[in-house]
Design a protein around this ligand. Structure first.
Ligand code: FES
Length: 95
């Protein structure tokens, strides 16, 4: 049986020790952004999006890193506003 959602979102939650040369998405607020995205999806009543935690995508310096499948679109989430913009694009089928 295949899932009923159209977009599968993965947001990196990898955490490294403070001062690590590559940094990590966790230290840049990836957990808050993931929670915010889940909340907005519920508030907006969007049924066809699944949001999951992910490990490191090896894009650490650009993070918080996010990818959406099956579109294969990558994003650097810097703020809740970025999340809102991406959700709007998903609702408009731009993504
Ligand atoms: S720590 Fe997030 S992409 Fe590496």
């Amino acid at each position: 049986m295949f899932p009923s959602y159209k977009h599968h979102v993965f947001i990196c939650q990898n955490e490294r020790a403070p001062g690590h040369a590559r940094g990590c998405c966790s230290s840049k607020g990836s957990a808050d952004l993931l929670t915010y995205m889940k909340e907005r999806v519920k508030e907006l009543g969007i049924q066809d999006i699944r949001i999951n935690k992910a490990g490191c995508f090896n894009e650490c310096e650009k993070g918080p890193a996010m990818v959406i499948y099956p579109a294969g679109k990558w994003f650097c989430l810097k703020s809740k506003s970025d999340v809102d913009d991406i959700l709007a694009q998903m609702q408009e089928s731009v993504i």
